[in-house]
Design a protein around this ligand. Structure first.
Ligand SMILES: N[C@@H](CCC(=O)N[C@@H](CS)C(=O)NCC(=O)O)C(=O)O
Length: 246
């Protein structure tokens, strides 16, 4: 019987680390959590850069070694000897399918890429208009910044973001079991898609885009799982604990 590794998850609030909470709970692996709270500009605080070479979340310390990139973290967790030797007992897709690999790439390379660009345009233009970048602006300059960022958000990035959601919606509707893994259990593709869909239905992007019944059904299937419920509860408790210490 292989023993469990020593795990610490470095989590940034409202971040991709949500994916890692979910998989850790599905795997029933014991883990410690270290929360890093976003600065007022929504960036990661310097404490995260001390841990992660990229300064981004999630970062996982696995038996003393720091690993980053959520898809890689998920792959390393699924490859653990204690997980591999127990794979028939687990209610998740441990061996990655072709679909898992596709959706893992899609989640970061297509969806989050555009989601993030959109969030950056909104946050930076608001900061610019509010005088936080080059000081107070003339009314005409404010209108020009708002006009340009509004154009980028609504005519350029917005439709592309919606396109990525519609593509995922069509794909999930074609699956036999309603999981991105293509099997009857959620796999790495599902863990990776969780952050984007959670943000669209319950997070910072709620109500901003059209999400169809297929993705809503997938989200409900995720939330019906005790492991996902434990993950969301743990995120809440850990973030509250960290905020109370500030
Ligand atoms: N491709 C990376 C992306 C990591 C990433 O961009 N994380 C964001 C949170 S969702 C972050 O740490 N942002 C804080 C910052 O850039 O200051 C992954 O999947 O882990």
């Amino acid at each position: 019987m292989s023993s469990n590794p020593e795990i610490t998850l470095h989590h940034l609030n409202a971040s991709r680390s949500e994916r890692i909470f979910w998989i850790l709970e599905e795997l029933s692996l014991p883990y410690n959590v270290q929360v890093h709270l976003r600065t007022p500009s929504r960036s990661a605080p310097p404490s995260l850069l001390k841990i992660s070479p990229t300064g981004k979340a999630p970062a996982l310390i696995l038996d003393g070694k720091v690993i980053t990139e959520s898809a890689y973290i998920i792959y390393k967790l699924l490859s653990l000897p204690s997980v591999q030797s127990n794979k028939t007992e687990l209610d998740i897709q441990v061996e990655q399918t072709d679909d898992d690999i596709f959706w893992s790439h899609y989640a970061e390379g297509s969806m989050m890429n555009l989601f993030q660009a959109s969030a950056i345009v909104q946050a930076t233009s608001a900061a610019y208009v509010n005088g936080m970048v080059v000081g107070q602006l003339e009314e005409g300059d404010k209108e020009a910044v708002k006009g340009y960022s509004g154009f980028v958000a609504s005519k350029y990035l917005g439709p592309q973001v919606q396109g990525t959601i519609d593509f995922a919606e069509a794909a999930i509707n074609k699956t036999q079991h309603g999981w991105f893994s293509g099997t009857d259990k959620p796999g790495s593709g599902d863990f990776m898609m969780f952050f984007a869909i959670n943000s669209l239905l319950a997070g910072t992007r709620a109500g901003a885009f059209n999400v169809g019944e297929g993705l809503k059904g997938w989200y409900k299937r995720v939330l019906d799982r005790p492991a996902a419920q434990r993950a969301l509860q743990k995120i809440k408790e850990e973030e509250e604990k960290a905020k109370s210490k500030m």
